[in-house]
Write a protein that binds this ligand. Sequence first.
Ligand SMILES: *[C@@H]1O[C@H](CO)[C@@H](O)[C@H](O)[C@H]1NC(C)=O
Ligand SMILES: *[C@@H]1O[C@H](CO)[C@@H](O)[C@H](O)[C@H]1NC(C)=O
Ligand SMILES: *[C@@H]1O[C@H](CO)[C@@H](O)[C@H](O)[C@H]1NC(C)=O
Length: 230
Amino acid sequence: MLAFTSVLVALVYSTTILANLINVEKRYITHGLPTPTRNGTHDGFYYYFWTDGQGSVNYTNKAGGQYTVTWSNTGNFFGGKGWSPGSGRNVTYSGSWDGAQGNSYVSLYGWMQNPLIEYYIVESFGTYDPGSAFSAPKETITVDGGTYNIYITRRTIAGGEGPGHWTVLTQLWSVRQQKRVGGTINAQAHLDAWARAGVKLGNTHTFQILATEAYFYKNIGTASITVQGP
Ligand SMILES: *[C@@H]1O[C@H](CO)[C@@H](O)[C@H](O)[C@H]1NC(C)=O
Ligand SMILES: *[C@@H]1O[C@H](CO)[C@@H](O)[C@H](O)[C@H]1NC(C)=O
Ligand SMILES: *[C@@H]1O[C@H](CO)[C@@H](O)[C@H](O)[C@H]1NC(C)=O
């Protein structure tokens, strides 16, 4: 009975994990880019908001470079304001983020194409350090008053032209060791560091946003972030 119960619990547990992994991958279904829930221009800034539809998340564009987001018990979502196309600009932003009690990031988040790249310059994170998935950083850079750990990974994801297709992308990380919310991010310094580490960057810089993101389970949070022009 005990053994049977354990097997049942293990089965239910692994099915839940599997379901969530599938949900994570669902966001990459068109040419490797997340299929947007909403994206466009709002009051002079590009914005992008995506959710897998689980839990409760309310993303609101405010005047200029500001947005707010509140969430509870979500699956995976991200949203924020920035620019399309992205570039090596200095991104100055300010605001507040209260997401530390769950898995959540504040990052300058972007995509490139040819080759396909997804990148994160993480300024702050909650219960999960994305660098913990790697044995050691590829290198570190010191810029904008902090030290960032650089990680590079390849991901194979569902997507491309029609079902049953797979897309390979490079995922780049730069994770600030002295967490902060607010300041200036010299995006070019991170692009240069990734290139020095051997990454061929994309020919097209699709977009970049100062994003708030959260992941599975018992997360609750609120953020109000403002990016400054131009
Ligand atoms: C933005 O949304 C439009 C549809 O409204 C879509 O065609 C386009 O691919 C989206 N952009 C990105 C970068 O996902
Ligand atoms: C999102 O907005 C709806 C409608 O106002 C509200 O019922 C819900 O509680 C909000 N969710 C969060 C996490 O703030
Ligand atoms: C970003 O700021 C740094 C430090 O002030 C400066 O050296 C650099 O040229 C700036 N980059 C851009 C793209 O303006």
